[in-house]
Structures are given as C-alpha cells and as structure tokens.
Design a protein around this ligand. Structure first.
Ligand SMILES: Nc1nc2c(ncn2[C@@H]2O[C@H](COP(=O)(O)OP(=O)(O)OP(=O)(O)O)[C@@H](O)[C@H]2O)c(=O)[nH]1
Length: 577
C-alpha cells in the first residue's frame, strides 16, 4: 500500500516537475532564440544604416567635378567598405543560424537580392561619376541617387521577418523592437530627405516641382515617424539611456538639422543660391542624424537586456525547479525508506511473532528496535508478552512433570521400581478385558519369597530389601512384551502373562523360580546368599475368570506350593465354581 502511495506521489511529482521544467526550458529556449534574432535584426538594421550612410559620400561625390577630390573618393570607398562589411556580417548571421530551412533560404535570397541591387546602384553611380560635371544631367544624378535609395526597401524582407520572429519568441520585446525599427525608418527617411536636396545643390538650381514634392512627402513621413516614436517612448518602463537618446534626437535632428533644412529649403524655393555645396550640406546634415542611430541602438540594447533578464530568470527557475524536485524526491525516497525499515518491516515481523505467540510458538524472532520510538514500545510489549508466555509454559511443564511424577510414584513400588498393586490392578483389568474380547489366553502368576522373615531377621532388613531387588531384577528380565509385573506388597509379586495357557504359565513359573534361585543377592556381605520363591498360577482358559478370581486362585495355588515345601510352582487345577 505504502509502495503504491509512494509511486503515486513520485509520478505526480515527476509530472509537475516535468511540466514546470518543460515550460521554463521553453522560456529559456525562446529567450536565447530572441537574443539570437535580436542580433540578426541589429545586423540587418546596421546594414540598412550603412546603405543610408553610403548615400552621403555618394551624393557628395556626385556633386564634385572630375577628378574627384582624393578625400571624397576615400570617404566613398570607406563607406562602401563599411556597407560591404555590414552585409557580410548580416549574411553570416542569417546563414549560420537559419530559423528553419525555408525561412533561412528566404532570408539569404532576400539578402542576395538587396546585395545585387546595391552592386547595380553603385555601378550606376560610378557611371555618372565618370562623366565631367557639365555632362551630368540632373536626371542622371537623381536616378543614381534613387538607385541607392531603392536598395534600402529591399532589406525589409530581411529585417521584417527577423523583427517579427524576435517579437514572437519573446513578446515582451515587441515595443523595443518596434521602436528600433521606427528609429531605423526615421534614420532612413532623414537620409532620404537629405538625398532629395543633392541634385538641386549640385546644380545650384531651385528645386524642381518633383523634388519639392518628394521633399514634402518625406518630411511628412518623418513627422509621422516622430509622432510614432514619441508615442512609443511614453511607455512607463523605458530605460534612461533611451529617453536621453530621444532628447538628443529632438535637439539635434529635429533642432539643428531641421533648421539647416529650413534654410536650404528657403534658398531652393527662391533663386537657388545656396551658399554651400552638396558636400558641405552633407557634412553638416549627416552627423545630425547620428543621434537617431543612437536611439535605435539604445532600444535594441534595451530589448537585449530584457531578453537576457528573461533568459536568466527562466534559467534560474529551471535550475530551482530541478534542484527542488530533486530534493523533494530525495526527501520522499528517504521517508519511504525510513517508514519501510523502521515501521513496516518491524511491524510485519512483530505481527508474525504475535501470531506465533498465539500458537504458543516462542521461536519467532522479534525485530531489534532501531530507535526509542513508538515501534520500539510495541516491540517491547510483545517481548514482555513472549516472556510471560515462556514463564507460563515453563510452569505448565513443571506442573505436568510433577503430576506425571506423582502419578508414577503413586503407581510405582518405591523399592523395586515395578508397578505397585494399584497400577497392576488398573492395567490388568484393561488387559484382561481386551484378552477376553479377542479370546486370548491369560495367566496370573503369584510369586512369594520363601523364608523371607528369616532372611530379614538373620541378615537384616537391608539385606531383605536387596533380596527383593534381586527377585525384581529377575522378574523384569524374564518379562515379555505385553506382560505385566508388580510388587503386590511385602515379599509378594504378581505377574499377568498374555497369550499364556496353564502349561505355558507353569513352564514360565518354573523358569522364573530357577532363575531367582540362581540369582546372587547383590550388596550383602555373604555372596552365597540366595533366595527361593514359591509360585501359584491360574489361567483364564478355565472359564473366563475375572481378575479377582484369577488372583485368588493363583494365591491359593501359591500357598499350595508353600505347603508343598516351597521353591516350587503350582497351577490352580480346579474351577473357581
Ligand atoms: N526387608 C523387608 N522385609 C519386609 C518387607 N515387607 C515385608 N517384610 C517382612 O517380610 C516378612 C514376611 O514374613 P512372613 O509373612 O512370615 O513370611 P516368610 O517369612 O517369607 O515365610 P513364608 O512366606 O511362609 O516362607 C515379615 O517379617 C515382614 O516384616 C520389605 O519391604 N523389606
């Protein structure tokens, strides 16, 4: 029963622990998955940033006359190298850890598409850059700039699934990931806005209607993104780094950079006398966009912190759950072991001893108490009961022995050890009754020591006793299985012989008589002392006599033997009737 209970508790504990461990393991797994995805997303957003940033030196170079200034050419090369590095880092992250085969392939393909578009856009830019300034049409410049601009949306099929997957793995990251994407989009549109100024600045012409429309649209989009970011940043659990980053964006991009844009916009709406080149504009405008990237990175860092905290929390819970359940199982196992060894086994052994005790069996062992507890009290009580029972059994045995001894004494002649008159009569009656039933011949033989008084008087009473013992020894030695012999009193012995008729009885009596006469009386001073006996025989064949009649007939025959001179045997010859 206890084993069943233990097994049930064990199974229940295992199920609970299994569930808890599975849940927490999933949390750990999802948190680490979200960390990995966040890193991929970060690389994706950095790739977007690098493409945007590459547009700065690209636009600057498009505004230069040939040959391109050494410094600007180097800046363009460096920007392109940074973009390439960012693409490579993203490719490695995406290729190394695809979320699933299909998703992984899709991401790699999207990245390749964006990469091809970048290579093509750069080739188009280089084509324009190869022309002298005068031959570069505003359209060609705009197309080259647009070619670079068009690369960024091609990265969305990479960054969007990564952002969704990170949020899906750990939904608490949703706001941060969303915020980072908004910041990235803001940076992109800010860059785009700058790009819209390039052609007009390069040509030192007023904005065309199309350029003006594009600028207005982009500014509108930037205003929307600003609102969205502001709403996003009103959430309560924002890290200080994020708030500070946003304040810097407000001050620098929406402050300094917007003032610059307003100024250039006013000039572009007028005569087109800007007072600064495209490169100078880029040098002033581009650094003011950096705080937007800092905001993006602060939000990504916040997301990473949350994911790491969740990862650590889930790991902690998992470890505690496993350790706790291990400890619980140990305690449970220990308790079962203690109950089994200290209670159940001793109880079963004690019960067996009690049952044996009920059957007067004191041999069943009792357990050794392992501690001074309730079980040891029970064992002690049963041990006391065993002791009592043992003492009672000893007393009963002693009593039975005593009764047996008394019975034997009451039926035994103290001197010879032969049965006495009473025992003889009881046993002889039974034997005679059976013999009568089965028609078996029986004979009674009365034996009396001759001249015994004389022996007593001449050699002493002790010598008389020795003579009686000598006679008893002969009688005992000659007795057959099924015969009875007793000392009837004084120097008289009686025998009941079964399967014995008159002749056989007489024969036996004479043999007995001769043996007695030949027997040495041990223990007397004179070794030559001998005794003789006279015997009378009566047999049942003469008419189914009872014991009394047989005794009296044998006794009478014995007296005949005495009278005839002693040391002889006489058989009763007449019917008692
Ligand atoms: N030593 C001893 N003597 C006993 C014992 N019982 C009876 N006697 C003695 O046995 C004697 C019996 O004598 P009697 O009855 O005259 O017979 P008897 O001397 O043997 O003579 P008969 O039988 O005629 O030959 C008595 O003196 C008794 O005291 C006994 O247990 N030991």
């Amino acid at each position: 029963m206890l084993h069943l209970l233990g097994a049930l508790v064990l199974v229940a504990t295992m199920v609970l622990v299994g569930r808890l461990a599975t849940t927490e393991w999933q949390s750990v797994h999802k948190a680490s998955e979200s960390l990995r995805l966040l890193e991929q997303l970060r690389r994706g957003l950095v790739a977007v940033e690098m493409v945007s940033r590459e547009r700065g030196p690209t636009n600057g170079a498009l505004g230069d006359a040939l040959p391109m200034a050494q410094q600007r050419a180097q800046a363009l090369q460096e920007a392109r190298a940074r973009t390439d590095q960012a693409f490579e880092a993203l490719r490695q992250a995406v290729a190394a850890a695809p979320r699933s085969t299909a998703d992984g392939i899709h991401l790699v393909q999207s990245l390749q598409t964006a990469r091809s578009a970048l290579v093509q856009a750069r080739a188009d830019v280089d084509q324009v850059l190869a022309l002298p300034q005068a031959q570069r049409s505003a359209e060609a410049i705009r197309d080259a700039v647009q070619g670079m601009v068009a690369v960024v949306p091609l990265l969305s099929p990479v960054t969007n699934p990564l952002a969704s997957a990170a949020q899906h793995a750990y939904p608490a990251l949703g706001d941060d990931v969303q915020g980072a994407r908004l910041a990235a989009a803001l940076r992109e549109y800010a860059g785009l806005l700058g790009s819209h100024f390039t052609a007009a600045l390069v040509k030192a012409q007023p904005f065309s209607a199309a350029e003006r429309r594009a600028i207005d649209e982009t500014r509108g989009r930037i205003a929307q993104l600003r609102t969205l970011v502001e709403l996003r940043l009103q959430l309560p659990d924002e890290a200080q780094a994020v708030s500070q980053a946003w304040s810097t964006v407000e001050a620098r991009y929406f402050g300094v950079a917007q003032a610059l844009l307003g100024q250039v916009l006013a000039q572009g709406d007028g005569e087109g006398h800007y007072g600064l080149s495209a490169a100078e504009f880029a040098a002033l405008y581009v650094p003011e966009m950096n705080p937007i990237l800092a905001l993006r990175d602060a939000l990504l860092a916040q997301a990473r912190d949350r994911a790491q905290q969740e990862h650590q929390r889930a790991l902690r819970v998992l470890v505690w759950a496993l350790a706790g359940s291990g400890a619980l199982l140990l305690v449970l196992g220990g308790a079962l072991y203690v109950i089994q060894h200290r209670v159940l086994q001793p109880l079963a052994k004690t019960t067996r001893a009690l049952k044996a005790l009920a059957n007067n069996d004191l041999q069943a062992p009792l357990p050794v108490p392992l501690a001074d507890d309730e079980m040891s009290a029970v064992i002690g009580a049963v041990r006391a009961l065993q002791g009592q029972t043992r003492r009672r059994q000893d007393l009963e045995r002693e009593r039975d022995l005593l009764i047996e001894q008394l019975r034997e004494q009451s039926e035994t002649d103290y001197l010879t050890g032969l049965p006495n008159r009473r025992a003889f009569i009881t046993q002889a009656r039974t034997a005679l009754a059976q013999a009568t039933r089965y028609g078996v011949d029986m004979a009674v033989l009365v034996l009396d020591v001759d001249w015994f008084k004389q022996l007593n008087d001449s050699l002493g009473h002790a010598a008389g006793d020795k003579a009686l013992l000598a006679v008893a020894d002969v009688v005992r030695a000659e007795l057959r299985e099924g015969d009875l012999a007793a000392r009837f009193g004084g120097e008289e012995f009686v025998l009941l012989l079964s399967h014995c008729n008159r002749e056989q009885g007489l024969q036996f009596a004479n043999r007995l008589r001769e043996k007695v006469a030949a027997a040495q009386v041990m223990g007397v001073a004179d070794p030559e002392v001998r005794v003789t006996v006279s015997l009378g025989i009566a047999d049942s064949a003469h008419g189914g006599w009872g014991l009394d009649a047989l005794l009296s007939a044998a006794d009478a025959a014995m007296y005949q033997a005495k009278n005839a001179g002693r040391n002889r045997a006489v058989a009763a010859s007449v019917s008692p009737d």
